[in-house]
Design a protein around this ligand. Structure first.
Ligand code: ADP
Ligand code: PAZ
Ligand code: K
Length: 247
């Protein structure tokens, strides 16, 4: 059966989905760039839809992977208005295509006032109102980036723990240096999410709205906060699907 391959190339990981002839999405890979070559494209891919916010090096990894299969690639870019969503940036092209597509995917799913929180390499927050108007957003460092920015400038704080790959915990205090760093970074993320909710309710006066969470760091949120929203790990791919369906 003919499929379309949809690719969300982030700054850390590549997320993919397959879309069937009826336009249904099936999530496929969520891998680091270095792992991409371990996977071969399924037969019957008729076209590839790519959204990338990544560096040239990483884009080349994706292109080389696709080249082997000789597929033509449609590269989706940010627009000023499409699928009922209006970009708030004066220079609309400057808005990351992942943020744009997440809004398109969210609004397509339900046209309602929505806050989208995507916690990957960076943490982005975007607000769209019930008319699909993007009101603006935030870009903050992701949890991994916060940790490494401290380590890079103050290497002493993590000496002897370089190989540690566990994460900090929401609502917990540290009693040694690495725990203080890990818990501090996670709780900065948690605080950002609470502030996004506070701004929605006290500054924008929203009361009937959706909070959508995506990105690799969402598991770090405490359960009470996660319950305030809905996890939508494939939002960018859902936005890509809107483009792929209309072709
Ligand atoms: N189990 C996990 N718990 C917390 N964070 C994680 C987990 N797995 C991956 N991450 C973090 O998620 C990030 C990758 O998420 P992703 O949304 O794919 O990012 P991007 O779109 O920027 O490539 C990495 O920075 C990593 O630190
Ligand atoms: C803000 C981002 C780096 C987030 O990337 P991610 O964490 O999803 O890999 C990306 O959306 C981007 O490069 N945006 C361009 C700048 C902007 O959106 O204003
Ligand atoms: K992000």
């Amino acid at each position: 059966m003919a499929h379309k391959l949809l690719i969300d190339a982030g700054n850390t990981r590549v997320k993919t989905a397959l879309m069937d002839a009826e336009g249904h999405l099936e999530p496929w890979l969520n891998v680091a760039y270095a792992e991409l070559n371990q996977h071969t494209l399924p037969d019957g891919i008729e076209s590839v839809w790519l959204a990338s916010v990544s560096s040239q090096d990483r884009n080349q990894v994706v292109e080389a992977w696709l080249d082997n299969a000789k597929k033509t690639v449609v590269r989706v870019v940010t627009e000023s208005k499409a699928f009922g969503v209006t970009n708030s940036y004066a220079e609309f092209r400057n808005l990351g295509v992942d943020r744009w597509l997440a809004m398109v995917g969210a609004f397509d799913e339900q046209p309602k006032a929505t806050v989208i929180i995507d916690a990957g390499t960076a943490i982005t927050v975007d607000w769209i109102d019930e008319n699909g108007q993007h009101l603006g957003g935030w870009i903050a460092p992701g949890v991994h980036l916060m940790k490494h920015s401290v380590i890079n400038r103050a290497p002493g704080v993590f000496v002897g723990h370089e190989g540690d790959d566990h994460w900090g915990k929401a609502h917990q205090l540290g009693q040694n240096t690495p725990e203080c760093l890990l818990n501090g970074c996670v709780n900065a993320f948690v605080g950002l999410v609470r502030q996004a909710i506070a701004v929605s309710e006290t500054e924008l006066d929203w009361f009937d709205y959706r909070i959508l969470f995506s990105g690799g760091s969402i598991p770090l949120l405490p359960a009470d906060l996660k319950r305030r929203g809905e996890v939508r790990s494939e939002l960018v791919l859902q936005g890509l699907a809107c483009y792929a369906r209309q072709a």
